[in-house]
Write a protein that binds this ligand. Structure first.
Ligand SMILES: Nc1nc2c(ncn2[C@@H]2O[C@H](COP(=O)(O)OP(=O)(O)O)[C@@H](O)[C@H]2O)c(=O)[nH]1
Ligand SMILES: [Mg+2]
Ligand SMILES: [Zn+2]
Length: 301
């Protein structure tokens, strides 16, 4: 059978087959190979005939579409990059780095401006206008729930996690997305209680010692990853030229630049810098690009 790992705790995994969740273990060879199982992995599993509780044994991890390490999750389709304009104040370089991390990992970003009740409507429109020409973008008011249905449609049926600085409203948005859902979450929670009880008996360790990652399936097929929160994504050993290619709005223009290998920084007759002057490329995106290339150059020294 095939299912998705929705949670892992103390060497036990919870596998969701589209209908129900079954608890199980990794087969010995998986553990020995350090081929660790990530939440989000699609796995082949069998119900263990020798286990009176009907647990399962995972014997294969299907090749991952992508995986992130902090926290470890795999197979994301979409990362919702959440930020507020005030409380906390937006930090565009941080936002754009997260987005670039999505581009690198092969995850589609959705831009979500939160806490719209606290900002001037003009400021919200301005922020939306930076991103909506590049990525699906939405603004959300966590107090009234405004924008949540639009967000729900943007992520429908996909494997999705929320990312962004602490305090921007990720947990609030997650709860709003859960609101009105039938009791899958409750059923799963009951299972967790039963399971953690068992784990403490078997290993002698306490319960709930780690903050775990968990996937909640929503009724429209969306798999919502609940994580302690991504604030940044890894970009190991990336070259400045690769950073350039993580900005999709530069892509079409690059072929018009005088130099085919133009970095859009100091070169003459650069189409990107022209577009920046004309306001077709946003200044804050361009500044983020410059700061990212400088950061990457520092690592290389
Ligand atoms: N005014 C206002 N407060 C919000 C909104 N969304 C969340 N909050 C509050 O902001 C704080 C941080 O929200 P939380 O969802 O925990 O953020 P997280 O750290 O990103 O998970 C909490 O006190 C929330 O009640 C919003 O849209 N408007
Ligand atoms: Mg939170
Ligand atoms: Zn150029």
């Amino acid at each position: 059978m095939t299912g998705t790992v929705v949670k892992g705790i103390g060497g036990f995994y919870f596998v969701y087959d589209g209908n129900s969740v079954v608890m199980g273990k990794a087969r010995g060879n998986l553990k020995r190979n350090k081929d660790i199982i990530f939440v989000g992995d699609i796995v082949d599993f069998d119900i263990d005939e020798n286990d009176k509780d009907g647990e399962c044994v995972i014997h294969r991890v299907i090749e991952r579409k992508n995986c992130l390490t902090r926290p470890p999750v795999s197979n994301l389709d979409i990362l919702v990059v959440v930020f507020s304009l005030v409380q906390p104040t937006v930090n565009y370089p941080v936002v754009d780095k997260l987005i670039a991390g999505c581009e690198l990992a092969g995850i589609d970003p959705v831009i979500c401006i939160s806490k719209t009740d606290l900002a001037e409507p003009e400021a919200v429109s301005e922020a939306i206008s930076i991103y909506s020409r590049i990525y699906p973008s939405v603004s959300v008011n966590g107090v009234t729930g405004e924008g949540i249905e639009e967000l729900r449609e943007m992520i429908s049926g996909k494997k999705v996690a929320l990312a962004g600085p602490s305090g921007v409203g990720k947990s609030t948005i997650t709860n709003l997305l859960h609101a009105g859902e039938p009791g899958i979450a409750e059923a799963e929670e009951a299972l967790l209680k039963a399971a953690t009880g068992r784990i403490s008996r078997k290993t002698g360790r306490g319960r709930h010692t780690t903050r775990h990652v968990e996937i909640f399936p929503l009724s429209d097929g969306t798999m919502l990853y609940d994580t302690p929160g991504f604030t940044s994504l890894d970009m190991p050993g990336i070259e400045p030229i690769a950073v350039r290619d993580l900005f999709p709005e530069f892509r079409g223009l690059g072929s018009i630049c005088r130099y085919s290998d133009c970095m859009h920084i100091n070169e003459p007759e650069c189409a990107v810098k022209e577009a920046l002057k004309d306001g077709k490329i946003s200044a804050s995106r361009y500044e983020s690009y410059i700061s990212m290339t400088e950061e990457v150059r520092k690592w290389q020294k």
